[in-house]
Design a protein around this ligand. Structure first.
Ligand SMILES: Nc1ncnc2c1ncn2[C@@H]1O[C@H](COP(=O)(O)OP(=O)(O)OP(=O)(O)O)[C@@H](O)[C@H]1O
Ligand SMILES: [Mg+2]
Length: 248
């Protein structure tokens, strides 16, 4: 099986995707019959109560998890058909990941934390040059040699964003990227993500409980109990910000 891409102008397509888990107390349906498309260059927020399936959806998008039914096509590749090793290679070259906590290595500088990420086939020298440029892009020109302990939470998260963008992946997924940040830092990070999305033509998918984050998206996919809520999958501008009751 090769990594050859199939024709698709979508960044992500879910076709009737379900993911369930068999437990001692019965079957848990983390996602049920999800069909959706995310266009290249779109910013999509995935919202919904805790346990509604947001992280499961993101994991399935990049083959960190496999569906129990249905098909996932990401960047023109049908992930069902790929073996683990191929999925690992696919993610390394095409996907950036940002988490709630960037888990920076304490003994390394900001710059080293970006370089250490992945891409073992590239020269360190080349990676360092790229990492420096990315740290400038996230506004950390003056902090490159700082260890994580001397960075603020917002700065640490920016290092995490720079690390995710090493190697120019076209798809950036962020799972609760502002979960540890205060309101002002959240706004700054959201502005930065929008700027980077435009600059690098990224497809950006953000799982979030935060209305500042979802309000900055082009579109909201709202999950309830593992299904996409009817009518949620459309443009933010058309529906306005979700009400407080929507985002638990
Ligand atoms: N490995 C697993 N085994 C069993 N159940 C799981 C597993 N992973 C997730 N689930 C269940 O699937 C459902 C969806 O979980 P998921 O982590 O996707 O929710 P979420 O929307 O990301 O929640 P949160 O907002 O708390 O991060 C939950 O009921 C969860 O308990
Ligand atoms: Mg989650």
């Amino acid at each position: 099986m090769s990594l050859a891409a199939i024709e698709s102008d979508q960044a992500v397509e879910f076709r009737d995707v379900s993911r369930s888990y068999d437990g001692s107390t019965g079957t848990i349906h983390a996602l049920r019959d999800v069909t959706l498309s995310i266009g290249r260059g779109e910013i999509v927020a995935v919202t919904g109560p805790s346990g509604s399936g947001k992280t499961t959806l993101l994991n399935l998008m990049i083959g960190l998890d496999r569906p129990t039914a249905g098909e996932v096509i990401t960047l023109g590749r049908s992930l069902n058909a790929l073996r683990e090793r191929q999925l690992t290679a696919f993610r390394a070259g095409s996907v950036g990941l940002v988490f709630q906590d960037p888990h920076l290595l304490p003994g390394l500088t900001a710059l080293e934390n970006v370089v250490v990420a992945r891409l073992p086939w590239r020269s360190r020298r080349e990676l360092v040059t790229e990492a420096r440029a990315l740290l400038v892009a996230v506004g950390l020109d003056a902090r490159m040699d700082f260890p994580p302990a001397k960075l603020s939470g917002g700065e640490r998260q920016r290092v995490g964003v720079a690390r995710a963008l090493l190697g120019s992946p076209p798809l950036l997924l962020a799972d609760e990227p502002t979960g540890n940040l205060d309101d002002e830092t959240t706004q700054d990070l959201v502005a930065l993500l929008r700027e980077l999305q435009e600059r690098f033509s990224l497809t950006l998918v953000l799982a979030t409980h935060d209305q500042t984050v979802s309000g900055a998206a082009d579109r909201i996919v709202h999950l309830v109990g593992g299904t996409v809520r009817d009518g949620s999958d459309h443009e933010v501008a058309a529906m306005g910000s979700p009400s407080a009751g929507d985002v638990l």
